[in-house]
Each structure stands twice: as structure tokens, then as C-alpha cells.
Write a protein that binds this ligand. Sequence first.
Ligand SMILES: *Cc1c(COP(=O)(O)O)cnc(C)c1O
Length: 523
Amino acid sequence: MSVNASGWKPEMNAANESAAPATFTGNKALMLEEGLIFEIGAYDRTGVDLPEPPRVASRLGGLERNRPIGLPGLAEPEVVRHYTRLSRQNYGIDLGFFPLGSCTMKHNPRLNEKMARLPGFADIHPLQPVETVQGALGLIDLVGEWLIRLTGMTAVAMSPKAGAHGELCGLLAIRAALTARGDARKVILVPESAHGTNPATAAFCGYAVENIPATTEGRVDLDALKRRLGPDVAGVMITNPNTCGLFERDMIAISEAVHAAGGLVYCDGANFNAIVGRVRPGDLGIDAMHINLHKTFSTPHGGGGPGSGPVVLSEALAPYAPLPFIEKDGDRFRLVEEETAGEHHAGSFGRMVAFHGQMGMFVRAAAYMLSHGADGLRQVAEDAVLNANYILRSLEGVLEAPFAHSGPCMHEALFSDDNLAEGFTTLDIAKGLIDEGFHPMTMYFPLVVHGAMLIEPTETESKAALDQFIGALKSVAERAQAGDAALKAAPMLAPRRRLDETAAARKPVLVYRDPAPLTQAAE
Ligand SMILES: *Cc1c(COP(=O)(O)O)cnc(C)c1O
């Protein structure tokens, strides 16, 4: 069987749909419909049998509840089935390919999970005396040491809990450094192709955000950047590799120009997985960069777990790193929790989180680093880039690839909606992919490309998996180019059809309103 052909033909869809019976239950074969827990439970039911409490005089002075609290009661098997059914409607990296560009959804090796569950890591408490958690502190230090070596930077702040949180950490360090030299600069420059969190972080820090245009190649316009630099510019935030999936080749020239104008360079390092082991950001003149452990180093994210966004810092910013941090004292580790006048961290901008960061993620990242080794991490980057280029070159004749002329891509391939039939959009392609059993790619981002489709395969997909995805996307794209009206109705095979996603995002219904008032149950 050719893996390139998905086996699915447009005419089969029409036949399927008309032949598909509307079932009595609403279930689709063994894919079961599931109501809200409020709809399937009842106020007068409970999963446990408790004896009627003895009648005692209340001592609550009339404040006792006199109505049911409104929690739906269910028996244990009903609860188990409810959540198991919902989990089957969820799509995850353990089910199939997750091509979300920018998000780096890669396999989470089970070895990492096993290590994170070791009682010595899993059962400790952040308030334990440091003498009792030397191993855990040693592990945080080890991950930090690897990050410093891999990036060629001077220091690392381990506590930020996500990429965006790391951006905040980096900008606070930049602000502290500028304040220390009595320089109250007000502007952060952000290129057009930046991730949305970059301008949001700069604005959150109180900076005015100004845009720097991209070249037709999809890279930062160096001349435009140089023209805008001046004594009011605190720094730049540049994503490298950028959100068009391209390496910013002028990065050294950018850093030099920014430094010459008295500013500092923040690099969004969420795409570090494309260059880990091959390029050290410290060599490119970068002053601060966050690293998403949940992207480059495979720790779970999204519904799978919390993120972790350590920030590596240059010599210029190291003195302003947040607290707490770990220091090695002979063969012991100590936790520095406060600024101490006269010490190297006296300028710390303060604390970002209550404790030390995401311990479970540090354990997973350490397991990933140690099991791959330095050479294995380099191969991660090479294979991620190879896979993305395979997708780019396999599909550039099918979909419009606006930057295919700019040379090989890095870890993600970018397409636009330029050659679809009138009235067909990126959204139709995404919905068609759902019927094919694929989670859609990232859509409408980056903003510099019309109807953008950003696809990141990561190194963990096999050639067979990529071929199947390419076949499916090709088939859906051809339907969108041929103006197949059935595609406008996709997804046909999902538990829910096309939703009003704007209303769902803008006006979410977060509170269940019981059609039968609570009082009825009380009667
Ligand atoms: C994912 C991502 C971020 C934000 O990281 P979070 O961990 O989701 O906060 C920032 N920039 C880029 C380029 C990203 O891909």
C-alpha cells in the first residue's frame, strides 16, 4: 500500500455522509456521545451510601445551608466512564502526529516520566531544609549547567514557569541593568514576525512597543532596525529561528548595532530545538534568552503538564538575575534566597515565583539531556530541520510556500492560502485535516503571511508518518483548490461539526445553568 495515498477519496465522503445513519443514541460506532457531568448526574443521587446523620441541634446559629449545594451525584462507574469517554475525545501527542508550528509538540520519552516519578524527586516539598534535598538541588544545577553550555551564556535563571514568563524575566533583567546605569529607556523594538507573547511582554513591562518590518525573504530588515535605534531604545526582542521558520542570518550584525546604540538583545529561544548543539546564542551577541524545556527538551505541555522557561543571561545581565538560585559550595548546594549587599547578586531584580520553578520538568529535561548526550541533542536539531524541509519540499508544489525561495527552512515549514479556490480558506484545510485524523497545523500565524499554515514535524516523526500527513494535506488542499463544496462542511466525521470558534473564544459559557431550578430538588 502506498502510504502517500491516504486511502480517502472525496466521493467516499459524500457516500459516507448520506449513508451514515442518525443513531438512536447519538453515538458514532464506539465513539460515545457524552453529556456534561451536570446533565448525567442528579442532585438526589450519590455514589456513596452514608447512614442518615443523627439529628442534633445545630450550633450554627441559623447559618446552616438549607438548600442542596447543587453538585451532581453519580455512581463510581458513571464517574469513571464519564472521564474516560471525554479522554477519548481528546487528541494528544500519544495518539498521533501533532503538526502545530511554533509549539514543538514532540514525543515525551517514557524514561523521563519514570525518572520524574522516583519518590526522591516526586515526594519532596519546596520548604524542606536544603540539607535534605541536595540531590534535587544538584539536578536543578545540572540542567542549568547544560543550558549554559549549550547556549554559551554566563548565567541561568531556572525559576520562570513558561516561555512567556521567561520573556518577562529577561525584560525585567534588562530594565534592572538599564536602571542601574541610570538610563530610563522606554522603547522595545519587535520585528513583524515575532511571536505574540513578545510585544505583550514588552507592553506588560511598561515599554512602548515598535514594529520592525521584515524583508521579502521573511527576515528582520536590518537597515530598518538600524535606522530606528537610538538613545530611547532599551532593546530588541528577536525570535531566532524566527516564526517564518528561518534563521536570522544577520543576528550578529543586529546584536552589534543594538549594543552600539546602548540597548540590549533579548532572543526568544522557543525555537532552540532547531539549532541546539549547532549554534550557541551567546556567540551571536544575545543578552537574554528563554528556553522552553517543554519544547526543545520534550517535557510535556498543553494538557500534558506545566511548562518551564529557564532564561540564560549574558555577562551584562547576570548580576540582575532573579532569586532564588543555586550555588555550589564545595560539594554542597545552597539556595540563595535573598540579595546580599556587596555580593554578585546584589542587583537581582527580585523573585518571580514562590519557589524554585517546575521541579518535575527539570527532572524530565535532565533525563532527556543525559539520555541524548551532546551529540544526540545536535542530532535532534538536524533531524527536526530535515523533517521540516521534507514537508516544505514535498508540498511547495501543492500549496503556496511564500519563503521557499529564501533557502532551506529550519524546524518548521510555512505555507499560505494563496492558491485556493475562491471562498476557500486555511480554516477549511484545517477542518478537512480533522476528518483525515490529523490535528490541524498552526493557522493564521505568523501574521506576515496571508492565511498562514505553519507545520512543525519535530524529529520524533518517522518518514512513514510524514508521508501519510503529506498525502492527507495534499488531498485536502486539492479539494480546496478544486472548490469541493463538501469541504466547507468539514469536519463531517468528528463528534462535533463546524463550531463558531470566535463566539466560543469571545463569549465562553463557563457556568452551567440548570434548566430545572435547584429548589425542585429540595422539594
Ligand atoms: C511557545 C512560544 C512562546 C511562548 O512560550 P510559552 O511556554 O507558551 O509561554 C514564545 N515564543 C515562541 C516563538 C513560541 O513558539
